[in-house]
Ligand binder design. Structure first.
Ligand SMILES: NC(=O)c1ccc[n+]([C@@H]2O[C@H](COP(=O)([O-])OP(=O)(O)OC[C@H]3O[C@@H](n4cnc5c(N)ncnc54)[C@H](OP(=O)(O)O)[C@@H]3O)[C@@H](O)[C@H]2O)c1
Length: 324
């Protein structure tokens, strides 16, 4: 109850920010990001586009991977018209395809740029069951497995950049509070929906992919500590905001739901705030393996804190993404 009131009035938490803080406000303390190179997935719209705009405003060099290159070039044009000195590179990437993820990683690595920040933001909500070209349910393939492989392929570059620049690398996985709507065995459930063994439930499939983002963060943070890498990994719930995530369900009913829920919704600048806070704020220096909401550390679900499940998911993900 107290949490809801705090959310509605936007009162600041221990970080000094709250649900109504915007991405611009939380990055005021880090006004010069000119030494930072960042990859942001899913920056063609919604939360990712605002994250990109604000990090560019603060001076970061951006790599925007996208499956829709025209939309990514439009994002780039919008940002450079506002900040003419912004340095932005657009590259092709379809996260639902392992071969596309591999091509993107080798293209990026061939540019010989540093990599300080990886924001795994892209996401989709599939209303119908669909299977990726690698034979995996599409929501899981896009929201989680594509990002798992991408992170793995870029990790050495991030560790190396952190060592050479003495700037701590940061990985931000954009999850959702909906991760708490699933508490079973992710891999078993993935197997059931991929093989059409149970009726497809779009919300459950989305929740599983978002729980996988939380578990990925937990195991990744542990592995980075074991490697003594100067790179941290955290995940965020951005808040609920109307974006193109519900694009397949546009219409009167969706309008009504959003209208009725409007008091609980964030604006896009507010929804990008937690990602930006975790990505660049000095207070997050050294913090790793945590879940953030409304720009403050928060509790992930019980399933999201299961370290054994996080390690098991990692092993299964390695098997699923192995290059054959
Ligand atoms: N909106 C919310 O209320 C909410 C709440 C909690 C969490 N989130 C999470 O926040 C993140 C951003 O979502 P959003 O609300 O900003 O949604 P959005 O406006 O639909 O943006 C999603 C982005 O992901 C990209 N994307 C989707 N599938 C892709 C693929 N196969 N390969 C590469 N890029 C792909 C989209 O690119 P295209 O232009 O190619 O479609 C788009 O840029 C997602 O991870 C979402 O799960 C959102």
């Amino acid at each position: 109850m107290l949490e809801t009131v705090r959310y509605l009035i936007g009162s600041a938490g221990p970080s000094g920010y709250g649900s109504k803080s915007t991405a611009e406000e939380v990055t005021e303390a880090c006004a010069d990001l000119r030494s930072i190179t960042a990859i942001i997935t899913g920056a063609t719209s919604g939360i990712g586009a605002e994250t990109a705009r604000v990090l560019a405003k603060r001076g970061a060099r951006l790599i925007l991977p996208a499956r829709n290159l025209k939309a990514a070039e439009e994002t780039k044009a919008r940002i450079t018209s506002e900040f003419p000195t912004a340095e932005i590179i657009v590259l092709p990437l379809d996260l639902s395809s392992f071969s596309s993820v591999r091509s993107f990683a080798s293209r990026f690595l061939s540019l010989r740029l540093p990599l300080n920040l990886l924001i795994n933001n892209a996401g989709k909500f599939s209303y119908e069951r669909a299977i990726s070209e690698d034979g995996i349910e599409m929501t899981f393939a896009t929201n989680y497995l594509g990002h798992f492989l991408l992170t793995k392929l870029l990790l050495n570059k991030m560790v190396e950049t952190a060592r050479e620049t003495c700037i701590q690398g940061r990985i931000v996985n954009v999850s959702s509070s909906i991760h708490g709507w699933f508490s079973g065995d992710c891999i078993h459930y993935l197997h059931l929906i991929t093989n059409n063994k149970i009726a497809f439930d779009a919300t459950r499939a989305y929740a599983v992919s978002k729980l996988a983002n939380v578990l990925h963060t937990r195991e990744l943070a542990e592995r980075l500590k074991d490697m003594e890498a100067n790179v941290v990994a955290n995940c965020v719930h951005p808040g609920i905001v109307r974006t193109r995530l519900t694009r397949d369900r546009e219409g009167f009913l969706t309008d009504m739901v959003f209208f009725l829920a409007s008091k609980l919704l964030k604006t896009i600048p507010q929804a990008a705030a937690t990602t930006c806070y975790v990505a660049v704020h000095p207070k997050v220096e050294g913090v790793t393996g945590k879940y953030f909401a409304d720009c403050n550390e928060a509790a992930a679900s019980k399933a999201g804190c299961n370290t054994a499940e996080a390690a098991r998911l990692w092993r299964a993900s390695e098997e699923m993404t192995v290059d054959q």
